[in-house]
Design a protein around this ligand. Structure first.
Ligand code: NAP
Length: 241
């Protein structure tokens, strides 16, 4: 049975990815940082719906280097990794501290790359491994007021392009999904007015749903997606494209 690690399973996009992959027949390592209950509830739900599959919770702070050793100790078989964790930092670059930059860099770039490195041999084993980053349209187009977030999301895309070439002959595909504005906890800070303004900028005039992102994760994990690598799929209702 195939196993996937989903980082940020306790988040809105991660939870939707877990629901879709569990329904597709995957066993899952469900990572969370602080929101244990969400993952416990998901595992309870999945154990009833999919009794033949395995579901393990994994608590790790992905801002810390020790994360790698903790994950290595708890993950045995692995065919896919989906990086769906992360936070942003709003504000002008002139106000961003060096410490905050380190945090964002580690969380979005360094630790995911170390995780990929640590599990490369496991992903190689069935010659059909999958790595998927949930990046952002801001990583492609950039955004004022979220300059460093845009920078780390762009770095994820650069990693996807480069690493995909290094492991292509091993049958591992490495891709990204770049969502636009998705209706999740991350965007709860918007006032009703700001939300309206944002929607008017989006050609589809609405935010995306987490399920509209997880659908594409599921597609990238299909065996039939084995010839597509080094790409970024933009899921943004036409926004910023
Ligand atoms: N929502 C959007 O519009 C949008 C657009 C483009 C890209 N994205 C990207 O999509 C991904 C998921 O976002 P979301 O909208 O699902 O956000 P969300 O609902 O706020 O979920 C954030 C997730 O990140 C985890 N997390 C936060 N700090 C962490 C840490 N220090 N170590 C490990 N995990 C940590 C959270 O874990 P706990 O809850 O357990 O603490 C949670 O699972 C992020 O990478 C985000 O940049 C989102």
């Amino acid at each position: 049975m195939k196993s996937a690690l989903v980082t940020g399973s306790s988040g809105d996009i991660g939870r939707s990815v877990c629901r879709k992959l569990a329904a597709d027949g995957w066993s899952l390592y469900l990572h969370y940082h602080s929101n244990k209950k969400v993952v416990d509830d998901l595992i309870y739900e999945f154990t009833i719906l999919y009794p033949e599959q395995d579901f393990f919770p994994l608590q790790v702070n992905l801002e810390e280097d020790y994360a790698i050793e903790r994950l290595k100790k708890q993950i045995f078989s692995l065919n896919a990794v989906i990086f769906a964790h992360g936070t942003t930092e709003y504000g002008l670059l002139k106000d961003l501290t060096s410490e905050k930059m380190d945090t964002l860099w580690k969380m979005h770039v360094k630790i995911p790359i170390l995780i990929t490195q640590a599990f490369q041999n496991k992903l190689h084993r069935d010659r059909n491994g999958r790595v998927v980053f949930i990046s952002s349209v801001y990583g492609e187009m950039g955004s004022g007021n979220e300059v460093f977030y845009s920078t780390v999301k762009g770095a994820q895309l650069a990693f996807v392009r480069a690493y995909s070439k290094e492991v292509a002959s091993w049958g591992i595909t490495v891709n990204a999904i770049s969502p636009g504005a998705i209706d999740t906890h991350m965007n709860e800070h918007y006032s009703d007015n700001d939300l309206e303004v944002l929607k008017q900028e989006i050609p589809m005039r609405r935010l995306g749903k987490a399920s509209e992102v997880s659908f594409w994760v599921s597609q990238l994990l299909q065996p039939e997606s084995s010839y597509m690598t080094g790409q970024s799929l933009t899921i943004s209702g036409g926004w910023l494209k």
